[in-house]
Write a protein that binds this ligand. Structure first.
Ligand code: ATP
Length: 250
């Protein structure tokens, strides 16, 4: 019952510093099941730091993080069984086949070979790469590699998928395809997506947009509502206004 009622992700009053240098300052946000949320922020905003705390790559911090209602520190196993991650830096083994990469991930999640293969095939079909399952990753395009990483991140049926600037290095068509694919995951499968980017054109109408700048949360609302609240006519102008008029920048 707890899990159905709980948001996919809940962050409360989170602060973190690298030595004396603050990277996140009192950040609170939540992502509902099946919601596509864009974490929008320029370089150095704190996006990767936030992901590193959610995945517990870093641990020393103030505040609370819960995934599906489970605290990432006190209930780490339950919490981390419920997230899939596509990191900013690609993490596939280029010399292994697509299936070998996915099977390895399955083994890390305690799946037997048959189960891992079944789940990997289902996910690869979803991203349109089933026919490439025996291909070495090195031979795939950048966009195809990213789709393999998404398939891998979904093999254990997480409630929440984190993607950290997943379109870096992709051409425009591959970028658009990846963004649309992630939106379909939300709509069709009810997976919550937290998509970190500095590219405003990756935001779709209806997405929730969280604007992060210098470690502080400057906005958190539906994309279509943000411009009118700020009295401007586009999301670009709203983002510019938020970031450039941030008193911390003066
Ligand atoms: P980008 O879009 O460039 O990846 P980001 O929004 O992901 O940026 P972070 O990488 O989280 O931002 O960085 C937030 C702040 O923390 C920046 O000022 C950055 O210089 C600093 N920072 C990040 N990693 C470290 C580290 N390992 N040691 C010290 N400072 C760091």
């Amino acid at each position: 019952m707890k899990e159905i009622a709980a948001p996919a992700l809940e962050v409360q009053q989170l602060s973190f510093s690298y030595a004396a240098r603050p990277a996140l300052d009192d950040v609170s946000l939540s992502v509902a099941g099946g919601e596509f949320t864009v974490l929008l922020g320029p370089n150095g905003a704190g996006k990767t730091t936030l992901f590193s705390l959610i995945t517990r790559l870093y641990d020393r911090r103030r505040g609370e993080i819960r995934i599906g209602g489970f605290d990432v520190r006190r209930q780490a196993v339950q919490a981390h069984a419920r997230i899939g991650v596509v990191f900013q830096q690609p993490t596939l083994d280029l010399d292994l086949s697509v299936m070998q990469n996915l099977a390895y991930h399955g083994a890390l999640h305690g799946m037997g070979w048959r189960e891992a293969k079944r789940r990997a095939e289902a996910q690869l079909e979803r991203v349109g790469l089933l026919e490439q399952r025996r291909t070495r990753v090195r031979r795939l395009s950048g966009g195809q590699r990213r789709r393999v990483e998404i398939a891998r991140g979904l093999m254990h049926n997480p409630r929440l998928l984190l993607l950290d600037e997943p379109t870096v290095g992709l051409d425009i068509a591959s970028r658009r395809e990846l963004v649309e694919h992630a939106h379909r995951l939300c709509a069709d499968e009810g997976v919550a997506v937290l998509w970190a980017t500095h590219l405003i054109d990756e935001v779709h109408p209806g997405d929730r947009v969280i604007v992060l700048h210098r470690g502080r949360l400057l906005a958190n609302e539906r994309a279509e509502k943000l411009p009118s609240r700020l009295g401007v006519d586009s999301l670009d102008a709203a983002f510019d206004q938020l970031v450039n008029e941030d008193p911390e920048c003066r």
